[in-house]
Design a protein around this ligand. Structure first.
Ligand SMILES: C[S@@+](CC[C@H](N)C(=O)[O-])C[C@H]1O[C@@H](n2cnc3c(N)ncnc32)[C@H](O)[C@@H]1O
Length: 193
């Protein structure tokens, strides 16, 4: 059911979906482990799609952690809310997360897990979301995102993953590939200094 929802949106909203299928369970486990959710009080997810990471985040986060997901596609918002009633999922773009955290009484978050298709974004949107991400994190907070294993070697991917991301977050490590995802993926873990 969720794969079917995803495939329909690949055709309707290809530019923002940026993938042919939802991520697999091995990547969901890997990215949520690398995010190290234990002790995080405020957790944010960008681009939940049909909720594959969201479901695992809900299982791994501390029970009292406040959890917000930002998703631009209304079909995916509906799918995520149905699959994961425990998340506050908003239909809005990632750079606007601060507005929803402020409504809930928070100024910063501890962890951001991103499923965004960075290489499909125009540079101005990459810059805007990256800057908002940096400002949203508390010092010592983590921003975790993934790319296809080949992405850093194509021009749009190299610009972002080897250029903009390490420039904004100098404390950056890359792990993987997670081979048991189709296609295999790298996980990029940034820490705000
Ligand atoms: C590659 S899919 C990943 C979906 C899911 N996390 C997964 O791994 O299967 C990218 C997701 O980001 C969403 N998205 C694209 N641009 C966005 C933006 N500016 N703000 C929030 N979500 C966005 C898409 O609608 C889609 O759900």
């Amino acid at each position: 059911m969720s794969s079917w929802t995803f495939m329909k949106e690949v055709f309707k909203a290809n530019r923002t979906t940026g993938a042919f299928a939802p991520s697999g369970p091995k990547l969901a486990e890997a990215i949520t482990d690398m995010a190290d959710l234990k002790g995080a009080k405020v957790v944010v997810e960008y681009g939940p799609g049909t909720g594959i990471f969201t479901e695992v985040i809900l299982n791994k986060k501390d029970p009292d952690a406040y959890f917000v997901a930002m998703e631009v596609n209304p079909e995916f918002v509906k799918a995520t809310r149905e699959r994961c009633p425990g998340v506050h999922c908003y239909e809005d773009s990632a750079q606007n997360t601060i507005n929803y955290l402020k409504e809930a009484g928070y100024d910063h978050c501890d962890v951001i897990i991103s499923g965004l298709p960075w290489t499909r974004f125009p540079e101005a949107l990459q810059d805007e979301i990256l800057e908002a991400t940096y400002n949203l994190l508390r010092p010592g907070g983590r921003f975790v995102t993934f790319s296809y294993a080949y992405s850093p070697w194509i021009p749009s991917g190299g610009r972002f993953f080897k250029g903009k991301l390490p420039k904004r977050f100098p404390k950056l490590t890359v792990r993987g590939p997670v081979w048991l995802n189709i296609p295999p993926c790298l996980v990029w873990i940034s820490e705000k200094e």
